[in-house]
Design a protein around this ligand. Structure first.
Ligand code: ADP
Length: 607
């Protein structure tokens, strides 16, 4: 455990800018809501002072001075009317207006964050610092924006209340202001207490993270099997025990200091400010008789309010700093300019030959190229197989084709033009892709198949695509057919399909789309050999006229390709048709024979 608490404090200008950013989000979503939120405080705070302090003083002094009962009754009636109005307005606001507007503000913010998340390049997800900021922005921003609204609201409330009560005290006896200002002197204690809490929270964070991780392993279904079979729970219990040990150390380090800081603050406030004022007011009322009972009571009431407002204003500064720190993550994330931006004015891509010219590539944060000087050409309509050992660079090459990354040197060309010159979305729309780690979403089968188009209808297209991918029979057994929801995330009656069935659904996307180039990255990894064979036959038939680039570890699927590229350690070492490569008798031929013999050998062993 690191015992060093990271001290984080933003400069005043940055804090103000971040708070302004939060307020701007609400203002942009709804001017009306923003104005109403603060206008109410501007009305409510003085009214509250008027009925709680000012009118009360009038009434008590009135009783003491023998004011007629009808006048006093009028004062009470005024308080009643003010109270009814204020309560009506604020109840309607908090229960009717606010619950409708808060989700609107959240939704607008989420849209901004999601748009940015979709726009940043894939490499950002592999950069821990960026990813951490992104995760914090996603988790915290919505809440923080609303918290800023409330903190600003509290600040306005306190300033108005403070001013009104100070004027009143000043009017009664200017000396009382000295007592009123005393809580400001206690600000250093408050700041000390906040710093202890902040440091405490900072060293607790890694321990909290560990406990969260352990908790997740117990309730996320991803871990359920390992937990039961592998006995992982014992390791997790050990982690938990260690975390609670660390909590004890933290408690020892901060507990006493926090208690002392709190006690000194409370004593200073209650004994010196409140009791001191009380003593002074009572002496003036009872001792030399220069103050009315009404004024005496109001002083006691107001001094408490002033102390509370002042000491809480120091707290407000700490709150602003905390909000600003979290909002800094969101602002940096939203301000990030993606390296691959969508240029609305760039030309649209419309298929054509694909060409890699001396392409080399290195992942960010690594010190060696994973692709070295690769050149190849795929003519429109050609069927290409990329084969090679794990780690030889096949998937990386496909990621460059899709412009998930740009080459470190060299270029990818489409129809003779550098891929970077096209409008990004239009370039990517040239490809239909099934990844090794394909995903199905918690949507209907139909929506999973037509993700890009997402049009109503399309039933025929979906059904046909499911037939081609081999998922049709299974989908027809589901109660709602192509409208069945996948997974139970959103729908209790959702369907959980096997991995192979899910892969067939994601393959159906490729059949349903009309992109000029189909990329299949290990599309058969979860299929059995018969399903794999059928899928390849269907793919070749459906892809007629479209280019197909296929990565498969089963070399039998490469046999019919127009050209096979063998990759080794990030280089292309052999190129040709199956027949040519077998005749070359190089690495490809060796791998092919090894796989074929293995199959036949295993078959013979089973007979
Ligand atoms: P293949 O698809 O042939 O199995 P990959 O293209 O996935 O190979 O990987 C090629 C090399 O690049 C491997 O050494 C792998 O460890 C490395 N690599 C893959 N993805 C990343 C990444 N995101 N960051 C750093 N290195 C990576």
């Amino acid at each position: 455990m690191s015992n060093k608490a990271p001290k984080k404090k933003l400069p005043f200008g940055r804090t103000a800018a971040n708070i302004g950013f939060a307020l701007q989000q609400v203002w942009e979503t709804s001017h009306g809501y923003f104005i109403m939120h603060y206008l109410l405080t501007f009305i409510y705070a003085p009214l509250n002072f008027f009925s709680d302090s000012y009118l009360l003083r009038l009434i008590i002094n009135g009783v003491e001075n023998g004011t007629p009962a009808s006048v006093i009754a009028t004062y009470i009636a005024v308080i009643a009317v003010v109270s009814i109005i204020v309560n009506f307005i604020s109840s309607f606001y908090w229960n009717l207006v606010s619950p409708k507007q808060i989700p609107r503000v959240s939704a607008e913010l989420q849209k901004k964050l999601f748009r940015k998340a979709a726009a940043v390049e894939l490499a950002c997800y592999e950069n821990p610092e960026f990813y951490d900021r992104y995760a914090k922005a996603m988790n915290q921003t919505q809440n923080r924006v609303m918290q800023v609204m409330n903190t600003v609201n509290n600040l306005i409330w306190r300033v108005i209340t403070l001013l009104c009560n100070s004027f009143l005290l000043f009017a009664i006896d200017p000396l009382l202001i000295v007592f009123g200002l005393f809580p400001l002197l206690l600000g250093f204690l408050r700041r000390w207490h906040n710093r202890i809490n902040h440091d405490n929270a900072a060293v607790r964070t890694p321990v909290d993270r560990r406990i969260n991780y352990v908790t997740r392993t117990f309730y996320f279904s991803d871990f359920a099997k390992e937990m039961r079979v592998g006995g992982m729970h014992k390791r997790m219990f050990a982690q938990l025990a260690q975390a609670y040990q660390e909590y004890k150390v933290i408690w020892r380090r901060f507990g006493l200091k926090a208690a002392l800081a709190r006690a000194l603050q409370n004593i200073g406030l209650e004994v010196i400010t409140i009791l001191g004022t009380m003593l002074y007011a009572v002496w003036r009322t009872v001792g030399d008789g220069s103050m009315s009972i009404g004024d005496c009571l109001i002083i006691l009431n107001s001094i408490g309010t002033i102390s509370y407002c002042l000491s809480n204003m120091v707290q407000t500064a700490a709150e602003f700093n905390e909000h600003a720190l979290f909002l800094q993550d969101a602002r940096e994330f939203l301000d990030y300019q993606p390296r691959m931006a969508e240029d609305e004015n760039a030309p649209l891509a419309r298929g054509g030959d694909i060409c890699l010219k001396n392409v080399s590539f290195r992942y960010d944060g690594t010190d060696a190229d994973v692709l070295h000087d690769i050149s190849l050409q795929i003519k429109a309509g050609e069927r290409i197989a990329l084969v090679g050992q794990n780690g030889s660079g096949k998937t990386t090459l496909v990621k460059l084709l899709l412009r998930l990354y740009d080459p470190t040197s060299g270029a990818v060309l489409l129809d003779g033009r550098d891929a970077r010159d096209y409008r990004l979305s239009s370039y990517r729309n040239n490809f239909s892709c099934v990844f090794q780690d394909f995903k199905v979403f918690s949507l209907s089968v139909r929506e999973n198949v037509v993700l890009r188009r997402a049009r109503d209808g399309d039933a025929e297209l979906v059904t046909e695509a499911l037939r081609e991918s081999g998922a049709y029979d299974k989908v027809m057994t589901l109660e709602h057919g192509i409208d069945a929801t996948l997974t139970r995330e959103f729908d209790d009656k959702g369907v959980n399909l096997s991995i192979g069935e899910q892969q067939k659904i994601s393959l159906a996307r490729v059949f349903a789309e009309e992109a000029p180039c189909v990329i299949l990255d290990e599309p058969s990894s979860a299929l059995d050999p018969i399903a794999e064979h059928t899928m390849f036959e269907n793919m070749m038939r459906a892809a007629r006229g479209r280019s197909v680039i296929c990565i498969s570890h089963r070399l039998s699927s490469a046999v019919d390709a127009d050209r096979i590229y063998l990759m080794e350690n990030g280089r292309i070492t052999e190129v040709g048709t199956h027949r040519e490569l077998m005749q070359q008798n190089g690495k490809y031929a060796e791998m092919f024979r090894f796989q074929a013999e293995n199959y036949v050998g295993k078959e013979a062993a089973c007979v």
